[in-house]
Structures are given as structure tokens and as C-alpha cells.
Ligand binder design. Sequence first.
Ligand code: ACM
Length: 273
Amino acid sequence: MKIGFVQIKPRLGDVEFNVKHAVDMLRRAYRREAEVIVLPELFNTGYLYTDKKEILKVAEEIPNGFTCRELMRASDEYSMCIVAGMAERCGKDIYNSAIVVSHGEFLGVYRKMHLFYLEKKVFKAGNLGFKVFDIGKAKVGVLICFDWIFPEAARILALKGAEIICHPANLVLPYAQTAMLARSIENRVYTITANRIGEEKRGNLCFKFTGLSQITSPDMKVLVRASKTREEVRVIEIDLKMARDKRVTELNDIFEDRRVDFYREILEKHILV
Ligand code: ACM
């Protein structure tokens, strides 16, 4: 199966440009026969909104808004599954969401559960749980950016059958690319992190995005990694059998070996000793 990512530099607030540009990049992925492509977090709006009023102007309904419809059309034309981060308006609430569209159809939406830093002033935290989508050839789970630091999130997706974790991102800290290797080996799944490049400045705030989008394998290899500064489309072939085999030795299956009776504390908010 061929999977990949698009690494781009969205323009803050210019949805029309960002969507058109992403679709141009998706065409390049199509020429390389990609079957699953991940776009960055908030690829259609850019990242640095300082309050809810501001982002309300560019957030869209899912699946009836412009961005979702354009990506459904692209996924049909290019016969692929696309996972893309975007700002979602639902009534008065705004979510940092990712859509999954495949071969012209809307499969669903994931709303970011763990909001990063100033996102807490702009977005409502996700309320739909962790979702796995059956796209025919594979089962894909979705996390968004800072979700990476909560291993529970990737674990739940893997337990629900995800073979590929699609991870739209706007990373600013230097840790996630390495941490996603751990998410891969501890769940024996592929991960696709689609990060963005460039920087956004508002007043005293400046966010520099780290690029280095990547795909990791169930045996903890970086199969492909993009540059820090260039827009790129990368597509590689993977063997899904690897993600379906949870054994690390003949005698160790990482799902079967879990000691769930002793994991109850993980559900407590705080452990007082
Ligand atoms: C992030 O969650 N966008 C760092």
C-alpha cells in the first residue's frame, strides 16, 4: 500500500489559497499512486489565532463547508483517502478537527482531544473520542499534533484496530518526531506525521513550525523524513502485514501480554501516594 504526506506552509486566513495549493500538492501524490495522504493540522486556515471571534470567520462546517467538499472532490478525482486538519464550526463551538475523506465520500471527523497552549483560548476540546476509520485496504486512526504526548491516545487507536495512525500536526516543540517512533513500536503501527513549515507572528507571539514530516514503521524505523524548511510531497510503499502482527518475539504479543488487571490506576486523574 502507498501512503504519504504533504508538508506545506499555509497562509494565515487565506482558506481559498490554502485549499487550492493543497489540492495541487495532492495531484503530485496521485501521480505517485498514493492511497492515503495526510495534510497538516489547520492546513486550510493557518495556526495562530488569538481568540475565538477571529477564527469563527474562517472555521467551516463539516462536511458541508468549502474545504471538506473540495477535499471530497479531490479524493474522488485522485482515488485516495485524505486525512486533513481544519478548523470546524459546529453551532457556536469551534474545534481543531481532522476530516477523513476517501474516494469522494466523507468518512468522519476527529476533534483534537488535547489542546496545546493558546489553543485552549480558541478551541473547544474534542468530544468525539478516538476514532478508527475502515478505508477498505486499511484501518486508519487519527491524532492531531499535541495528542502525541499522551500515549493513551495512540494505544486506544491501536486497540481499536488502527494499522496506520494519521497525525496532522503544526509542531513547534522539538520532541514529537522522536516520540512518534515510540508510538509506533509500542503499538506496532505505522504513523504518518504531516507537519507544516514556516512561521507565524502576531504581536509578541512567534511560532516557528519544525517541518520534518515523517512516516514511522511498526519496527521503529523512520521510513521517510522531509526537510525542515521546504514544501514537499512524499509517498512510500508499506507492508500492512507488519502492523497486523503484534508479536515482538515468538513468545511476546504486545496486546496479549498486557497486564490489564494492574492498569486500573491509569484511569485516575491523579494518583495520591
Ligand atoms: C500543537 O499541538 N499544534 C503543537
